[in-house]
Design a protein around this ligand. Structure first.
Ligand code: CTP
Length: 401
């Protein structure tokens, strides 16, 4: 663990972005650049930082000019992107009303650290200028990091920004941190006060999406549950059976969507309509919404069908055919420990017929439902190893008609 500021600075200089910046600006550059937040926290924990957040202790203009190129500026948030680097001016934030987006104003680095969500996210290391190599943080940040606990900086934190409740669960799961006692009280008070109703569904959705993309989304959903946050987001939301979700994830292949699967597991018991309404409110893309809503509504039924399927063609039928949703089949398989789900996910869904509808038309089958029936029969024969090639599949289709 890099504990001394000098070690931290050199660890930061080994990362691509800071090293490029120092090479281009020089170590003496002012206004000073600071690396702040997750990257420093992760280095202190001996973890590899995912991304590097940079703030500038002064106006962004000189940095942008020194880096060359026109910055893309977002004045409202005092941020700019220049030469592939995201920069933010050190700022203070005020919340016009609970749950609203903050109003930002230029401020010192110390003030910028005070606006943050949790003490362990307040570490900052100065990269350039006279303070180069200095480590700053909130007064209790080092203690909280050593004790591996999440604590807010002040008691209004969750009222200012209720999305921090979801962030807390995400960090607790990812870092394997507990929640400090006073912060637990603040969570309870905030939930009782109904803070989650003051923020838009899309902002909650954004944090839920990040949580579901964690390396261990099940653990993050369990953290939401333990803190009793999930049911306040929506009464239907809550991962009651984490082992069920884990079994479902174990059935997926790498290209399948773990996030959709875990969210569906956390919404089990809802109707497709209710699930779709919630997902719309949270701003999920239409395709995610549809797959998750179908999975929630059909998992039980498909699991019963899979239980009684044994021949490959029966399994494929029970699963709903080759274009069914893998999330649905994984969750169905997890409900009843069904090898059938695994067989479909690993093998059957990837198998495709050598013939198509056009071949049936050429063979004289009239356009209409007969085509689909014929293709289904050919597929069943193929899966049961009775029709390995185009000729035998065509014969199987025609025989069925
Ligand atoms: N932050 C905050 N309140 C929020 C969102 C962000 O205080 N609602 C602060 C946090 O201190 C965080 C920093 O902004 O460290 C960067 O936020 P973000 O990029 O969202 O962090 P993540 O990438 O989600 O997580 P990590 O801390 O691992 O970088």
């Amino acid at each position: 663990m890099a504990t001394r500021p000098a070690d931290l600075l050199s660890a930061l200089e080994d990362l691509t972005e800071p090293s490029r910046l120092i090479a281009r600006l020089g170590g003496g550059f002012t206004p000073a650049l600071w690396v702040v937040g997750g990257a420093v926290r992760d280095l202190l924990l001996g973890r590899v930082p995912a991304d590097v957040d940079l703030i500038v202790d002064g106006p962004l203009g000189p940095v942008a000019a020194a880096l060359g190129g026109e910055p893309v500026r977002h004045e409202r948030f005092l941020t700019a992107r220049v030469g592939g680097v995201d920069l933010a001016r050190a700022r203070r934030e005020t919340y016009p009303r609970p749950g609203a987006l903050p109003t930002v104003a230029p401020a010192t680095v110390a003030e910028d650290l005070r606006r943050r969500d949790f003490t362990v996210n307040t570490f900052a290391v100065c990269l350039t200028g006279p303070e180069r190599g200095t480590l700053r943080c909130a007064p209790t940040a080092e203690r909280d990091l050593a004790e591996r606990q999440l604590a807010t900086l002040h008691e209004r934190s969750f009222l200012d920004d209720p999305t921090r409740l979801v962030r807390l669960a995400r960090y607790a799961a990812r870092l394997d941190f507990s929640v400090e006692e006073r912060t637990r009280d603040e969570i309870e008070a905030a939930l009782t006060a109904g803070v989650l109703t003051t923020v838009t569904g899309v902002r909650i959705g954004n944090e839920l999406r990040k949580l579901l993309c964690e390396p261990d989304p099940v653990r993050a959903m369990v953290a939401l549950r333990e803190l009793k946050i999930d049911g306040r987001i929506a009464t239907q939301l809550g991962l009651i059976d984490d082992q069920l979700a884990r079994r479902a994830l174990a059935l997926l292949e790498p290209e399948d969507r773990r996030d959709r699967t875990v969210l569906a597991a956390a919404l089990l018991g809802s109707s497709a309509e209710v699930a779709a309404q919630l997902l719309d409110r949270w701003g999920f893309p239409a395709e995610d919404r549809d797959v998750i809503a179908r999975t929630v509504a059909q998992a039980e039924r498909v699991s019963r069908r899979l239980e009684y399927a044994s021949a490959p063609s029966e399994i494929d039928w029970a699963a709903g055919g080759p274009d069914s949703d893998p999330e649905l089949i994984a969750l169905a398989g997890a409900i009843h420990p069904a090898n059938a789900a695994r067989e479909w996910l690993v093998e059957l869904r990837h198998r495709r017929l050598a013939i198509g509808g056009a071949d049936l038309l050429t063979a004289g089958v009239p356009a209409g439902p007969a085509i689909a029936r014929g293709l289904a029969a050919a597929r069943a024969a193929m899966l049961d190893d009775e029709a390995p090639d185009a000729a035998s599949q065509l014969a199987a289709a025609l025989a069925a008609l």
